[in-house]
Ligand binder design. Structure first.
Ligand code: VGL
Ligand code: ZN
Length: 196
């Protein structure tokens, strides 16, 4: 049995309805992620929460010539994890995109996530969160590049859908890169089944 970890990507207020860069229905990923988190914690398996954590003048913002409205600015309510998301004690927060001049969609980019997973002996990761096309996809692809087995929780991801079909295209790209698709229900069953 490979040692598993759960990666919860960017479930922050700004990516949820009412936020600065909202994913339609983005908060709908939360119940499944909370149930998965609880199963991992009970099994003694690690859970990581990434967050987009930008300085006010980040290069990805339109005012600096980037693509996006200002979002997830360090220390603001918009950058906070959604209040319904459970972060149990002992979970690890990974901040990314925190340097003005570097975009970082992936939770692995410019962070110690890979080193932390290696140190814990993690060989398999389950990924869910926001946004399907950007941070979930790139985190998944980087995890595969790190040599990890990756399963995406299809019921726990949601996309911005700037163009209709972007989310399903992202899912196809993740599959082509080597990720498998599963559901929170299925992974909870597997994780609970591994407990002694
Ligand atoms: C994201 C756009 C800009 C994401 C972050 O979390 O997917 N998308 N910054
Ligand atoms: Zn961002």
């Amino acid at each position: 049995m490979p040692r598993a970890a759960l990666l919860v990507v960017d479930v922050q207020n700004d990516f949820c309805p009412g936020g600065a860069l909202p994913v339609p229905g983005g908060d709908s990923v939360i119940p499944g992620l909370n149930m998965a988190t609880s199963a991992f914690v009970r099994a003694g398996l690690p859970v990581f929460f990434t967050r987009d954590w930008h300085p006010p003048n980040h290069c990805s913002f339109k005012a600096q010539g980037g693509t996006w409205p200002p979002h997830c600015v360090q220390g603001t309510t918009g950058a906070a994890f959604h209040p319904s998301l459970d972060l149990p004690p002992g979970s690890t927060v990974i901040s990314k995109g925190d340097r003005k001049d570097a975009e970082a969609y992936s939770g692995f980019q410019g962070t110690d996530l890979a080193a932390r997973l290696r140190r814990l002996g993690v060989t398999s990761v389950y990924v869910g969160g926001l946004t399907a096309e950007y941070c979930v996809r790139t985190t998944t692809e980087d995890a595969l590049r790190e040599g990890l087995r990756v399963a995406v929780l299809s019921d726990c991801i949601k996309g911005l859908e700037i163009h209709p079909g972007d989310t399903s295209a992202a899912i196809e790209e993740m599959k082509r890169a080597g990720a498998s698709l599963t559901t929170s229900r299925a992974v909870i069953k597997v994780i609970v089944g591994t407990q002694q």
